[in-house]
Design a protein around this ligand. Structure first.
Ligand SMILES: [Fe+2]
Ligand SMILES: [Fe+2]
Length: 212
């Protein structure tokens, strides 16, 4: 097994950060679920609304990358660390799909993404330090909240936009799987106040990313 020095790991991490925050630098491993559907006819209001929602989802995926990167750095058990890295890789698809859809809608990712990356990385690293059962419990709760968001977005996206629907439906399936995996690996149920704080932070993120 290859031994990584501190410098190797630092360079690797800077590379991960730059790839997460630079458009078109994070290739999807799976093709976008949108590709089998034709582009819908949308009026400008619908287009703005969908772009806002996809910007929120894109920022959510930037946060997911950062959380997993932070946790992977501090998680204690090697099995958990490997699991985190695999999950982050799957989130990479979501990031790329959202980015592509935003581009199709003539829009762009949120300007606040570097800020959210930094905050989420810190939260992920803290969860990793708290211990594996809390770290996994944190993943499970995050994914649960993401699923609730995705369900509300699916209600708001006009039905004719099958491209966006296909992306969000696949993301929902994947996130629910990540939640289940984290619970199966021993994730603990987080205390209610922690869940509430997570909900509040996510509210700030979703509100600001919709516009900025
Ligand atoms: Fe995701
Ligand atoms: Fe996920």
């Amino acid at each position: 097994m290859r031994h990584y020095t501190l410098a190797d790991m630092l360079i690797g991490h800077v590379d991960q950060v730059l790839r997460t925050l630079t458009p078109n630098s994070m290739p999807a491993l799976r093709p976008s679920p949108a590709q089998t559907y034709a582009s819908p006819v949308l009026n400008s209001e619908q287009q703005t609304e969908i772009a806002g929602l996809m910007r929120v989802n894109h920022t959510g995926e930037v946060c997911a990358q950062a959380l997993y990167h932070g946790q992977a750095l501090t998680a204690k058990l090697p099995t958990v660390r490997a699991e985190m890295q695999r999950a982050a890789l799957e989130e990479q698809d979501h990031l790329a799909w959202c980015e592509l859809r935003l581009h199709e809608l003539h829009s762009r990712p949120s300007l606040l993404n570097p800020l959210w990356y930094g905050l989420s990385f810190g939260i992920g690293a803290a969860a990793g330090i708290a211990g594996d059962k809390w770290s996994l419990g944190f993943v499970a709760e995050t994914e649960k909240q993401v699923c609730t968001h995705l369900e509300s977005h699916l209600q708001r996206i006009p039905p004719q936009d099958e491209r966006t629907h296909a992306i969000l439906t696949q993301m929902h399936e994947d996130e629910d799987h990540h939640r289940q995996q984290a619970l199966n690996a021993g994730g603990a149920d987080l205390p209610q106040p922690v869940k509430q704080v997570m909900g509040m932070i996510s509210k700030v993120m979703t509100t600001t990313s919709f516009y900025v």
